[in-house]
Design a protein around this ligand. Structure first.
Ligand code: DGT
Ligand code: MG
Length: 589
């Protein structure tokens, strides 16, 4: 059977429902009121035909006008009451659903924010987004039209059946005679639709990932002139999506008319048998009964038809929630158990026999050991992929290492409180990421402790004050779409300021490799010098000036340290560094 499995493999996973209930608990008053309202709705409907049959047989047929008026009044009162109950039911179930969904969404987002970066290595972002948005959407349907409604429908069916048997068992059996037919077609429909929905979900997910990736990488698509090819691919994916949707619509469009016909058949049988009984003056069948039963058949078939839908919604919701819970359970977080919160650091850094792999056993750093004294600078050089960026990813615990130790001020970084650790290390990454917001927000990242004065001080320090003042609106300048409106150099300057506003004792700098114009280059070069001054700095250097000025240079190759020393010493040694220098920098000077 083709179907998405819930964790236990059951059709309805009670484990998941139990867990969902945890989210309902804070609103238990609303929840229990809903149960009462569901009960009332289930019971109120079926009472009406019973009253009608009573009115016809006991009052209309004997001409008791007053009695009839009495019953009509009761019916009207019942209708009004039912309307109120229904209103409260719909409103409260919507309220409860949306409130719980909001809670789950907050929980999920917080969880994602704290996930180990490793997690994002393995999970495509597109899928993560789909999961977040569409799974929660599906889940909200469980509350609005799934569980409560399903329970209501089942209750109503039971109640109607009870009343029918109580009134007339023969007519009941006749009414039920077409039921197997309906159940059978409903079952077939349910299976087909489940399969089709699965296809739709996959198609939506593919579509989302594709659009997301291609919008983000649009410049690459255009640089390589692959618009036509990518367009074709998109058309195929889009077509798949359309077909999957149409297939599911097709099943609905067949099922509903068929169910209608089956219901009509049921009513036909009932009327035929009932009318025959009345004409032959069978004492067991009254006109009132017959009319009530016709009403019941309609009332009865509707929930049965709906049950297929409700079941589906519920099941999809459960699959969604088990996926959400799985994400919530992924304990792939950097453990934040450290409690060491020093007021200030001296900035002593040591790596001791550090081994690290992004993926199982595929070590990108092998037995790395080095020390940087407070206030000193270390330049890391090496070919692309040597593991330079990885080293700095470890220092502020973007990733945890597999073996060895990293010490700051002689204390293992795991013992630091994570926020305090990261606060004290200023990081400038290779690619600068900017949010679509003002320059100010991009620098403070929402930290209210960082005033505009502080920002301008830091800007002054790195020599970017003029550049900011020249922007229209200054600090209010609106950065669009990840900084697309700023040059690479400008973006780097902003990331320097971002690192400097905290006045960190340790600075980690991954120099960008992309070239900038000479003027900006000079700006950046002097900014880097100022950044490093008086701070312990680890710099992944591409500029010869940065390398030459460093107190010590470390040559990295395939995750191993090859040479350490200052510029002069390493040149004399005539090894890796000399080679690198000859290849990359000789002509420049
Ligand atoms: P660069 O920036 O091109 O000069 O190169 P490095 O030296 O900064 O290299 P690095 O540390 O980014 O990469 C070292 C190795 O680790 C390389 O084989 C690619 C791999 N690697 C880097 N980042 C990731 C990551 O996020 N996930 C996985 N699975 N592997 C990564
Ligand atoms: Mg790198």
């Amino acid at each position: 059977m083709e179907q998405e499995k819930t964790t236990s493999g059951n059709i309805i996973d009670f484990q998941v429902l139990k867990r969902l209930y945890q989210y309902v608990k804070p609103y238990s008053l609303v929840f229990y009121s809903l149960i009462v309202l569901t009960l009332l709705t289930a019971v109120l409907g079926p009472v009406k035909p019973y009253l009608v049959s009573f009115a016809i047989d006991d009052y209309v047929s004997v001409g008791n006008y007053l009695g009839l008026v009495k019953i009509i009044n009761i019916l009207i009162g019942l209708l009004v009451f039912q309307a109120i109950v229904q209103y409260a039911h719909t409103y409260l179930s919507g309220w409860l659903g949306q409130t719980i969904i909001k809670d789950i969404r907050v929980r999920l987002y917080r969880h994602i924010l704290n996930l180990n970066l490793r997690f994002f290595d393995r999970t495509p972002i597109g899928r993560l987004v789909t999961r977040n948005v569409s799974d929660i959407e599906t889940l909200s349907q469980v509350f609005s039209e799934g569980l409560a409604a399903l329970a209501g429908d089942i209750l109503q069916i039971v109640f109607i059946l009870g009343l029918m048997f109580y009134m007339n068992w023969k007519l009941t059996l006749i009414s039920l005679s077409t039921l197997p037919l309906l159940m059978f077609s409903t079952y077939i429909f349910k299976e087909k639709v489940k399969f089709a929905f699965n296809e739709v979900r996959n198609a939506v997910s593919n579509l989302n990932s594709f659009v997301q990736e291609h919008v983000t990488g649009m410049s690459i698509v255009q640089i390589f002139n692959s618009e036509e090819r990518e367009y074709k691919k998109f058309k195929d994916i889009n077509d798949e999506h359309r077909k999957a949707n149409i297939r599911s619509v097709m099943y609905y469009s067949v099922y509903y008319p068929v169910a209608e016909v089956i219901q009509a058949l049921g009513i036909g049988l009932l009327v035929w048998w009932g009318a025959k009984g009345i004409i032959q003056e069978d004492p067991a069948i009254t006109l009132g009964n017959l009319i009530a039963f016709i009403m019941y058949i309609q009332m009865f078939f509707r929930p049965i038809r709906m049950i297929a839908d409700r079941f589906n919604t519920l099941q999809m919701g459960i699959v969604s929630s088990s996926r959400i819970f799985k994400l919530l359970d992924s304990r792939d977080q950097i453990p934040n158990n450290g409690s060491y919160k020093p007021d200030h650091l001296t900035g002593d850094v040591e790596f001791k026999n550090v081994w690290f792999a992004y993926e199982e056993r595929n070590y990108v750093l092998k037995d790395i050991s080095f020390k940087v004294q407070p206030g000193k600078s270390l330049a890391i050089v090496g070919a692309t992929g040597a593991g330079k960026s990885s080293i700095i990813n470890l220092l502020n615990r973007f990733y945890d290492i597999n073996r060895g130790h990293i010490y700051i001020d002689k204390k293992d970084i795991g013992e630091y409180e994570l926020e305090r650790l990261r606060e004290n290390i200023g990081v400038v990454l290779q690619d600068v990421f900017l949010f679509s917001d003002s320059i100010e927000k991009n620098i403070t990242l929402g930290n209210p402790d960082i005033t505009r004065e502080k920002i301008m001080e830091a800007a002054e320090l790195v020599g970017a004050r003029k550049f900011i003042e020249r922007l229209p609106g200054g600090l209010n300048y609106d950065v669009k779409e990840r900084g697309a409106t700023l040059s690479v150099g400008q973006r780097q300057l902003i990331s320097f300021i971002r690192a400097m506003v905290y006045d960190p004792k340790i600075i980690v700098l991954d120099e960008a490799t992309s070239s900038v114009d000479t003027e900006t280059e000079e700006l950046i070069q002097s900014a880097i010098e100022k950044l490093m001054k008086g701070r312990t700095s680890i710099v992944i250097a591409h500029r010869l000036s940065t390398i030459q000025n460093a107190d010590s240079i470390m040559v990295l190759d395939h995750g191993e340290i090859k040479e350490v020393g200052n510029h002069q010493k390493l040149l004399e040694k005539d090894g890796f560094y000399r080679q690198l220098y000859n290849m990359q920098y000789k002509e420049v000077i």
